[in-house]
Design a protein around this ligand. Structure first.
Ligand SMILES: O=C(O)CCc1cccc(O)c1O
Ligand SMILES: [Fe+2]
Length: 329
């Protein structure tokens, strides 16, 4: 049965800041195109590639990849909290297919995920339990990171398995594109923050609020040009989107993490979720991008993109408007 794909940037600011009306209108149009695409495809299940920002994965044990057999959203930045409906057999099959391909991923029977996983489910499907979801954590934040090529191989292995399944499966990738979000790092955090990055001790509501306030302040400063976050890179973003659209996915294998960071900022590693999702789609055959939106949005601290794609030569229900919205700014 067919696969389809929807990849999108996430940002806590998406539901917090209010961009100018014109910009808000085009963002909402792009998100509604993605929602219509998903509704028309009418998936039985979703396979979600998402990063985490020290809300579910910590340095007491930090895998590069992890499939949740059971998972719950922690509810940061106003996203929905609660249990995922994980299709267990499919999750196990994904894990086994990755392991068989030599990708030593972890599994979790108590995985916790944050806005990086839940926001796209809310935007594209309407909530975290709208569909059964297999959540796949792709480390994009916590150094050391493996090469982006491994994320491509992970997606490929899982896609080869999914292509043989009977279900209609929507692949979602969440993150990027270029951005340098104010996420703490083990190397630079003060001792109390570093301690939490290791142990994952629950944040108090005051600490949670401080984190939200810090991200809002950083976004305001960034939009005003008074922050020292690395600038967004629309040229790099556009080149990545072109590359994904043409299917030349092996090209990413030569990208070093250092180069990605220099070009596109420390949080641009989140694009490995897009690479994994596209590699999964490619493993099932040729594909075509059916809608794409891109704009560099400093108010969100994000090179912000929404892309949908489907296999070529597979008939699906009409998917509505496929016009290209937005352009590089
Ligand atoms: O809470 C955090 O640590 C980071 C939040 C955050 C901010 C901007 C863009 C993102 O992609 C993102 O995840
Ligand atoms: Fe993020």
């Amino acid at each position: 049965m067919p696969l389809a794909l929807c990849c999108l940037s996430h940002s806590p600011l998406l539901d917090i800041s209010t961009p100018k009306p014109d910009l808000l209108a085009e963002i909402n149009l792009a998100l509604s195109q993605a929602r219509n695409f998903a509704a028309a495809f009418d998936p039985d299940v979703v396979v979600l590639f998402a990063p985490d920002h020290y809300n579910g994965f910590f340095y007491k044990l930090m895998p590069q990849f992890c499939i949740g057999y059971e998972a719950s959203g922690i509810g940061d930045y106003g996203t929905e909290a609660g249990e995922f409906d994980v299709p267990r057999e499919l999750a196990e099959g994904c894990a086994q297919s990755a392991l068989d391909a030599g990708i030593d991923l972890a599994v979790s029977l108590k995985m916790e995920v944050d806005h990086g996983a839940v926001q796209p489910l809310e935007k594209v499907l309407g909530g975290l339990r709208a569909k059964p979801v297999v959540p796949i954590f792709v480390n994009s934040v916590a150094a050391p990171l493996g090469p982006i090529a491994r994320a491509r191989r992970l997606g490929e292995a899982i896609g080869e398995y999914l292509a043989r399944r009977p279900e209609r499966i929507l692949l979602i990738g969440s993150g990027g594109l270029s951005h340098d979000a104010p996420v703490p790092t083990l190397a630079s955090a003060p001792a109390d923050v570093a301690e939490r990055l290791i142990t994952g001790n629950a944040m108090t509501s005051t600490q949670r609020q401080e984190r939200t306030d810090r991200v809002i302040a950083a976004a305001n400063d960034f939009a005003a040009g008074t922050d020292n976050l690395r600038p967004l890179n629309p040229v790099w973003d556009r080149a990545l989107l072109d590359l994904l659209a043409t299917g030349n996915l092996e090209a990413v294998d030569s990208w070093s993490n250092k180069w990605i960071e220099e070009q596109a900022g420390g949080s641009a590693h989140e694009v490995r979720t897009w690479v994994a999702a596209f590699a999964a789609l490619a493993a099932a055959g040729g594909y075509e991008v059916t809608s794409q939106y891109y704009r560099a949005i400093p108010e969100f601290i994000a090179g912000f993109a929404v892309t949908t794609a489907r296999p070529t030569g597979v008939s699906m229900k009409p998917i509505g408007d496929t016009t290209q919205a937005g352009e590089v700014n």
